[in-house]
Ligand binder design. Structure first.
Ligand code: S3P
Length: 433
């Protein structure tokens, strides 16, 4: 995590134009780092995420005995521990990354020894009971601090479970699958809403067998993993900020090369189309079962309409909701978000912070326990934005600032580096003033 506090001034734009090739998907990079670090042999990943979060996962795997080497820009080579991590007395620092903490806990639950997982103040406020429950049911011991990190974890020989996740969470699903990978017998995870399936695809790519049904996945352990070579697709959740920026301007045009288009991640394309943006996908291919393609986004001459996001869609779009909400004032019919209570326990309370910052920009917004109503037809005014150290808030309001009257100051802009260090440079490149 960057240590200096940065401010950025965002000036309004006339248009957004250009082509972008984005750094590797954060979710996929986490999984490749974890599985590569655990597998037998040396894996090689190109276009690995440049975000601080994935660096936290790599550092944890290195502390657990994996060898990490970065021979050239964007390439990461990981030599795995072959299924047995090195015991640690020092805490494993997961930084700001909930994915690192929750997923690595599943990997360690089946290992001999005790481990301590720590995180920064934001991560130390996030709920961890959701991983304690299934991992303890399998036989590990987890001591939390008031439901949060630090986590003291005692690994054990586990027994398989059949687990239904109480909230849709790909991190929790992955946590249980990584424990199940090492557990004799069949471990099943069921979910009411199908969350992103990168772990299932990555586990198979590393040679594991698992069985998938509509809303469940089962893994019979123990199974070894074998190193792979892979190019990580561009991060669609990072692209989301630019797609939304393009949607804001009638004459805009952005092209995204080699973008990850896994169907469990690509719902944003449908919502932007519903809003009126023109989107086309070309050159689709599969890389280790992940869909990758070129995407063109253009604004609509008639402006943006309205969108309502609720039910399973809210879970699938969870990381994109802040920037979609920030578009609300510039639509004709507004943006309605419900069933998104999970937003309150992300890197910040994203419902409260989106509402606070939209109001600071002069917009009306109604806050609900599980969402927001942002009416359309409103003018945004440049102001000071409090990102509270949350990368997706800093970036969402930098996008809104392109259509504001006057300049906007983004406080805590350094947080963008958690997932997307190149964000402000690329925004400057494509924003025409
Ligand atoms: C992620 C899953 C989501 C998402 C996060 C990344 C993942 O979290 O918000 O940014 O890579 O599995 P939850 O699983 O807690 O919903």
């Amino acid at each position: 995590m960057p240590t200096t506090i940065e401010e950025r001034i965002i000036r309004p734009a006339r248009n957004v134009m250009g082509s972008l090739r984005l750094p590797g998907d954060k979710s996929i990079s986490h999984r490749y780092a974890l599985l590569g670090g655990f597998a037998e042999g040396t894996s090689r990943f190109s276009n690995f995420s440049t975000g601080a979060d994935c660096a936290s996962t790599l550092a944890c795997m290195e502390a657990l005995g994996a060898k990490v080497h970065t021979p050239e820009n964007g390439v990461v080579e990981v030599t795995g521990v072959g299924g047995r991590v090195v015991p640690r007395t020092m805490p494993l620092d997961c930084g700001n990354s909930g994915s690192t903490m929750r997923m690595i806990a599943g990997l360690l639950a089946a290992q001999q020894g005790s481990f301590t997982l720590i995180g920064d103040p934001s991560l130390s406020r996030r709920p961890m009971e959701r991983i304690r429950q299934p991992l303890e049911a399998m036989g590990a011991r987890l001591a939390l601090t008031g439901g949060h990190a630090p986590i003291h974890l005692e690994g054990a020989t586990l027994k398989p479970i059949d687990y239904s996740t109480p909230v849709p969470s790909a991190q929790v699903k992955t946590c249980v699958l990584l424990a199940g990978l090492q557990t004799p017998g069949e471990t099943t995870v069921r979910e009411a809403v199908r969350t992103r399936d990168h772990s299932e695809l990555a586990l198979r790519a590393f040679g594991a067998r698992l069985t998938r049904n509509l809303n469940s996945v089962a893994i019979a352990g123990p199974q070894p993993l074998h190193a792979i070579e892979a190019a990580v697709p561009g991060d669609i959740s990072s692209a989301a900020f630019f797609m939304c920026a393009a949607a804001l301007f009638p004459g805009s045009g952005l092209v995204f090369d080699s973008l990850g288009l896994n169907p469990t991640r690509a719902a944003l394309l449908d919502v932007l189309t519903e809003l009126g943006a023109r989107i086309s996908v070309v050159q689709l291919e599969e890389k280790h079962a992940e869909l990758v393609g070129m995407v063109q986004v253009a604004g609509s001459a008639e402006g943006l309409r309205s969108a309502s996001i609720a039910g399973p869609l809210a879970a699938q779009l969870i990381d994109e909701l802040p920037v979609l909400a920030a578009l609300g004032p510039c639509t004709s019919g507004g943006i309605r978000i419900r069933d998104a209570k999970e937003l309150r326990v992300k890197e910040s309370d994203r419902i409260a912070l989106v509402a606070k910052n939209l109001r600071a920009m002069g917009a009306e917004v109604e806050e609900f326990d599980d969402g927001l109503d942002v009416p359309g037809g409103q003018t945004l005014h440049g102001t000071e934005i409090d990102s509270a150290g949350d990368h997706r808030i800093a970036m969402a309001f930098s996008v809104a600032a392109l259509r504001a009257e006057g300049e906007t100051l983004i406080r805590g802009a350094e947080s963008a580096a958690i997932s997307f260090p190149e964000f402000f440079d690329l925004l400057d490149r494509v924003a025409e003033r």
